[in-house]
Ligand binder design. Structure first.
Ligand SMILES: Nc1ncnc2c1ncn2[C@@H]1O[C@H](COP(=O)(O)OP(=O)(O)OP(=O)(O)O)[C@@H](O)[C@H]1O
Length: 233
């Protein structure tokens, strides 16, 4: 689903060049549930943004579902982004003056879907995340966990192949974080490929594979069974 080879990324800051990703190789198959871990500044968000086609690498190759993502026109990139990728953010990124249904339906509007179908889909996915009774509530009337579930419904409504989540539990307490992760586990059980950026081991332990970044390189890449075996010795 995702194949990355020798990926490099630098940021230019004045006369300085900050080399953030230094030759990343990563292969993620359909249906995997992967966490990207690493300390602050290790390049996790930079990598996720490149995978999410929100940013471009300067060197290396990235193939998403068989499509080489390089030198795509902005228009084509936007089409692939909508078709392949769903995003979940730490701060939910909901629109405050729109209710839950309208928030979930909004990306479908930009995809040109009819009003009737948008509403049907939004209600279907709100029901799927257990928020059917909250469809007409504004974000300010929802708890943090409920807001994140609206954001998950919004990401799922476009029926993307891959869900990308940058610190999805970063703004939530432990109990709610676990609920959101259990929810993502359920979606993964249905076959969705999911990538989560986190700096919390407990959150990463709820995924199926942990990729550890350090100083712009992958220093560890283990399936959860291997991680558990090493944690309990
Ligand atoms: N747009 C940018 N311009 C310049 N430098 C940037 C930019 N984005 C990120 N950086 C720098 O690149 C490095 C990696 O940042 P990145 O956000 O990918 O790390 P991270 O592992 O996600 O960190 P955190 O856990 O704190 O979010 C950091 O040193 C950061 O300051």
């Amino acid at each position: 689903m995702i194949r990355i080879e020798e990926l490099h990324k630098s940021y230019r800051m004045g006369s300085n060049n900050l080399h953030v990703l230094k030759g990343i190789n990563l292969d993620i198959k359909e249906g995997e549930f992967v966490s990207i871990m690493g300390s602050s500044g290790s390049g996790k968000s930079t990598l996720l943004n490149i995978i999410g086609m929100l940013d471009e690498a300067e060197k290396g190759s990235y193939v998403l579902d068989g499509v080489p993502i390089k030198n795509l026109s902005e228009k084509k990139a936007a089409v692939y982004r909508n078709k392949f990728l769903g995003f979940i953010f730490q701060s939910f990124n909901l629109i405050n003056y729109k209710n839950a249904t309208e928030n979930v339906a909004l990306p479908l509007y930009y995809q040109g879907m009819s009003r009737k179908l948008r509403k049907e889909k939004a209600l279907y996915y709100l029901e799927k995340v257990g928020l059917a009774d909250w469809a007409h509530h504004l974000p300010s009337e929802l708890s943090g966990g409920q807001k994140q579930r609206v954001a998950i419904a919004r990401a799922l409504a476009s029926e993307p192949k891959v869900l990308l989540a940058d610190e999805p539990t970063g703004a939530l307490d432990t109990k709610t974080s676990n609920e959101v992760m259990e929810f993502l586990q359920g979606i993964n059980d249905e076959g969705k490929t999911i990538l989560v950026v986190t700096h919390e081991q407990d959150i990463a332990n709820m995924t199926k594979r942990i990729v550890m970044l350090k100083d712009g390189k992958i220093v560890e890449d283990k399936f959860i069974e291997q991680v558990r075996a090493s944690q309990y010795v």
